[in-house]
Design a protein around this ligand. Structure first.
Ligand SMILES: Cc1cc2nc3c(=O)[nH]c(=O)nc-3n(C[C@H](O)[C@H](O)[C@H](O)COP(=O)(O)O)c2cc1C
Length: 392
């Protein structure tokens, strides 16, 4: 049976709706418009036949995970044999990601998938990060995030993680609480990170107390994000309700539910105001997420020394590899970014998760924290058209 939540409607009432899940992200039921998820079929015939391999590589890179599915990647193909990656500054999350750390990680995930794809085609991708200078710690600008030079190289080795790119999806559903993550799966995820200088940690079977602390911090951080009007509104702004809106945007957080769609059409689904903290719309989501955390048999984290922009990119690369390795093991992942976010209301969960993950020395940063487990498959998240990312 589908779990129900309640959403607030104009005038203060509430109505049952499909699960509005963590990060304000919706757990979709079936019925996504096919064109919104066509990218998951892999490169189209025209792209596969194109003698310029860059579009083939980009067809895979745009399947990378990105915070709030904002897809802030711009690929400049102006110079042959080269891709210049820039950030679309219209696609940021100033409230929940005020320093754009997660945006930089989301460029790291893109670069990792690009590199895996280049290897698959026998190409060496020489990636120069911030070739026009590194962004400061607070703001991004129009300078390039990376310049990627591609050249054939017989010494390049294919990476088996490539095979997981089309299969990887963020899974926000409940996980099987009775199925522990086996040691060999943790080992595969740890091994996947080794290319990057990040510390991988996890908690799982036989560590009931540790699991309970992770659940508690994640639940509290989620409560804060949901009951802080400006942060919950940031998710509402990129919430796409119903097939027509999803097809029009092909990004953001998707919600497919006939009741909500109907209410939305007649102007009764209120997306213009944050629900009050004690509103059923808030409390039911908090409860729902707590249940999902309770079902979760494992948590993992990635800690960096320092928090430079280059480090954030590498953390994104490492996370992409962890999730692909988890996919190969049949495991699902969902990042838990709330406690890692750098806005004032999250200061306590931020301190708690850093202490718990042993990131207490100056500069040490928990770049990623995620829940891990087994769950039935989910549908893919929308992606825009390949040409939408390309500036020739
Ligand atoms: C840096 C980063 C932070 C993220 N944080 C969250 C999060 O807190 N909660 C969540 O459900 N998903 C989170 N995600 C997953 C994205 O929402 C997801 O990648 C996006 O919606 C696209 O879906 P896909 O991963 O299935 O392709 C995060 C992803 C990245 C790269």
């Amino acid at each position: 049976m589908q779990r129900r939540n309640f959403i607030r409607i104009a005038g203060g009432g509430v109505v049952a709706a499909a699960t509005l899940s963590t990060s304000g992200l919706a757990a979709c039921s079936s019925g996504l418009p096919p064109e919104a998820i066509e990218a998951w079929q892999g490169p189209g015939r025209d792209v596969a036949a194109d003698p310029d391999v860059r579009r083939w590589l980009l067809s895979h890179a745009i399947l990378a995970p990105h915070s709030h599915n904002l897809q802030s990647w711009i690929a400049d193909l102006g110079t042959p044999g080269q891709i210049t990656l820039r950030c679309d500054l219209q696609r940021l999350l100033p409230q929940t990601d005020p320093l754009s750390r997660q945006i930089m990680m989301s460029h790291g995930t893109f670069l990792e998938l690009l590199d895996l794809s280049a290897r698959e085609r026998g190409l060496r991708a020489d990636i120069a990060l911030f070739p026009e200078g590194q962004f400061g710690p607070e703001k991004l600008d129009n300078r390039a995030v990376a310049r990627i030079r591609l050249s054939p190289d017989v010494a390049v080795r294919k990476d088996p993680l490539f095979a997981q790119i089309l299969r990887r999806h963020t899974n926000r559903n409940a996980y099987d609480p009775k199925r522990a993550v086996p040691p060999e799966a943790w080992q595969a995820m740890r091994a996947a990170v080794q290319a990057h200088a990040l510390r991988f940690g996890f908690v799982g079977a036989g560590q009931a107390e540790g699991l309970a602390v992770h659940r508690r911090i994640a639940a509290e951080a989620w409560r804060i994000e949901l009951t802080t009007p400006r942060t919950v509104m940031e998710s509402y702004k990129v919430l796409r309700v119903g097939a027509a809106e999803i097809a029009a945007h092909r990004d953001g957080l998707t919600l497919l539910d006939p009741t909500v769609e109907l209410l939305d059409r007649v102007g009764l689904f209120d997306r213009s105001n944050a629900p009050a903290p004690d509103d059923y719309a808030s409390t039911s989501q908090i409860k729902d997420f707590a249940k999902k955390l309770d079902s979760t048999p494992g948590f993992l984290w990635l800690v960096s020394e320092g928090n430079e922009r280059v480090t954030q990119i590498n953390a994104g690369r490492a996370y992409a590899r962890v999730q692909l390795a988890a996919t190969a093991q049949g495991l699902s992942l969902q990042p838990l970014s709330q406690a890692l976010q750098e806005y004032a209301e999250q200061a306590q969960p931020y301190a708690d998760i850093h202490a718990l993950c042993g990131a207490t020395r100056a500069g040490q940063t928990v770049q990623m924290w995620a829940r891990v487990g087994y769950a039935p498959p989910v549908e893919p998240a929308p992606r825009r058209r390949l040409q939408d990312f390309i500036h020739a």
